[in-house]
Design a protein around this ligand. Structure first.
Ligand SMILES: N[C@@H](CCC[C@H](N)C(=O)O)C(=O)O
Length: 291
């Protein structure tokens, strides 16, 4: 980018998990963690739970191997600038952006991520569905520390790490999240996303989440998948054994997501994804942020 060119950005969200989208098709932009954190700052920057850099897979060293399957790579960063393997709301917003920008046709497409290629269905309007791969549930229940107290949780990996804690009242989660919860470093050496869950009805739950690298957010797509799978195990629902898909509605502070576990173990998520604004960075502000 030359000093006279202005870098474009867009803003989007999925169930109010919000992202700054930065198109960088040829992978020319060096975006250090400090710059991402400044861009995602809600007072001194644009504000967002995370950032989605849009890069051609062939132009990114971490995605080159996926380039035959997926033209575009979602380079996802948390709001503090740290890198995460996967973002479920982000990948829906990423697909909505590709369509919005005319980079793909409506229908089925593949998106490269650090957790592997994800298949997405995006129509011209409405919800976006993404196949999130298989959940991995290591057998052990893990004790996480919430507000100074140990609580048992279900360890679920959706490409990124989650700990699902069943609670009696979600209202308490707000107080509990005042001090960031954490999991044991032996199980989660790179940190963990922690979900608090209550029942709302048959195959219907609500959650709040504390995200690694972003704090409490109004939604987490991978978290909702982890919650649905952990709840299905708790409820004794076993799609692999019955051959019948199981669907949970997972309410989040910013809306609701539909999560289906298929008999082959893959997890599908359906929910909204919207682009809300687009513009350009002030070149002087950006240069300072990148310095
Ligand atoms: N909000 C995301 C998850 C983003 C990554 C997460 N904070 C991590 O560090 O693993 C989602 O919608 O899945």
């Amino acid at each position: 980018m030359t000093s006279t060119q202005r870098l474009a950005f867009l803003k989007g969200h999925g169930t109010e998990n919000d992202f700054v989208i930065v198109p960088d098709p040829d992978g020319r932009l060096d975006l250090p963690a400090t710059a991402v954190a400044r861009i995602c700052d809600r007072r001194a920057g644009l504000g967002g739970d995370g950032l989605l850099r849009v890069v051609r897979s062939a132009a990114h060293p971490e995605a080159r191997a996926q380039a035959d399957e997926a033209e575009w790579f979602m380079d996802y960063r948390n709001g503090d600038g740290s890198i995460a393997e996967m973002c479920g709301n982000g990948v829906r917003v990423f697909a909505r952006y590709l369509l919005h920008a005319g980079l793909v046709e409506a229908g089925d497409l593949a998106i490269a991520t650090r957790a592997g290629v994800r298949r997405v269905h995006v129509a011209k309007t409405g919800d976006v569905t993404v196949s999130m791969g298989r959940a991995v549930l290591p057998e052990d229940s893990v004790v996480v520390t919430v507000d100074g107290r140990g609580r048992p949780s279900t360890n679920v990996n959706m490409g990124n790490p989650h700990a699902v804690v069943f609670v009696d009242d979600l209202a308490h989660a707000g107080d509990l999240l005042a001090v960031p919860p954490f999991g044991p470093a032996s199980v989660y050496p790179d940190g963990v996303n922690i979900e608090f869950v209550v029942d709302r009805g048959p195959r219907h739950v609500a959650m709040r989440v504390h995200e690694r690298g972003s704090g409490e957010t109004r939604s987490c797509g991978t978290g909702a998948c982890a919650v649905a799978v952990a709840t299905a195990r708790r409820d004794g629902a076993a799609p692999a054994e019955t051959g019948t898909p199981v669907t949970y509605r997972v309410d989040v502070l910013g809306g609701s997501l539909s999560i289906t576990e298929q008999p082959d173990g893959t997890v599908e998520m359906t929910g909204p994804a919207e682009i809300v604004a687009e513009g350009t960075f002030d070149p002087a502000w950006l240069a300072a942020a990148l310095a």
